[in-house]
Write a protein that binds this ligand. Structure first.
Ligand code: SAH
Length: 243
């Protein structure tokens, strides 16, 4: 029976892969990867390594999670070194926990290899610190996908604080998100950034306010994330990558 490495691939820039992730990729007999993991990483694999893609190119959604779990499990029965490569960090909206539980229930050995999450690194490439002395002492990372659902688990009232809020998977709900934040009392002039394809050569940041960001940013290519908070104002001075 093999060992499964539930591995973070980082946000896109291949150099943001950890040394440990690179080692297990080089030793892998099979790599199970999805849409957000930079496919250039696969070039590091040894000859004969099998690649299994579990994300659909043309849509937001990957294979049903149950099927992915089963692919990982079956791979562990067949190979010694199984790498499950996921964008960013496997435990930040990455379903790494669910995959770990599935393997645990089947007595498969596994390890987690943390990755650099887009939630922090993508704003950083855009010159937006998620915390900054004198501006905010905390930040939240929230799914923007939920807000589409009728019975969302998001408690919008919690966002009345000065926390920086980073929404992942939120571009398609940008209008809804900005409306909800204004509804709980945030000013229509509150700063917002949308960062598209962060840490990649075609990264693009659009800056706006709760009132106008939707019109400015709605057509940006994915993946994209949304940053809400006064820290967004630092982009003007700290932006470095897009220069
Ligand atoms: N586990 C991942 C997040 C998975 S959810 C992590 O830790 O980064 C997927 C969402 O992450 C996307 O919808 C988008 O909001 C965000 N994302 C991932 N990579 C990104 C990138 N390079 N630029 C902008 N947003 C990104």
């Amino acid at each position: 029976m093999g060992r499964v490495y539930l591995t973070g691939a980082g946000p896109g820039d291949i150099e943001l892969l950890t040394v440990k992730a690179l080692r297990v990729v080089r030793e892998a007999d099979v790599i199970i990867y999805d849409r957000l993991a930079n496919p250039d990483i696969l070039q590091e694999a040894k000859d004969g390594c099998e690649f299994i893609y579990v994300g659909k190119k043309d849509s937001y959604h990957t294979l049903p999670q149950e099927e992915i779990n089963e692919v990982i499990y079956q791979s562990a029965l067949k190979y010694d070194n199984v790498v499950r490569l996921k964008g960013g960090d496997p435990m930040v909206f990455g379903r790494g926990g669910e995959e770990g539980l599935y393997l645990h229930e089947r007595n498969i050995n596994f390890e987690f290899i943390p990755g650099i999450t887009s939630a922090i690194s993508v704003p950083e490439y855009a010159g937006i610190p998620v915390t900054h002395r004198g501006i905010t002492v905390s930040f939240r990372v929230v799914t923007g996908h939920e807000s589409r659902k009728e019975h969302s688990q998001i408690h919008w009232e919690n966002f009345k604080t000065d926390d920086t809020i980073v929404f992942l998977m939120g571009l398609h709900n940008l209008k809804k998100i900005t409306r909800k934040l204004m509804k709980i009392g945030k000013s229509k002039d509150h700063p917002v950034a949308v960062i598209s394809r962060g840490t990649r050569p075609d990264e693009k940041t659009v800056i706006g306010t709760l009132e106008d960001i939707y019109e400015k940013a709605k057509d940006l290519p994915t993946p994209a994330l949304i940053v809400v908070g006064e820290v967004v104002n630092l982009h003007e001075q700290l932006s470095w990558f897009e220069k």
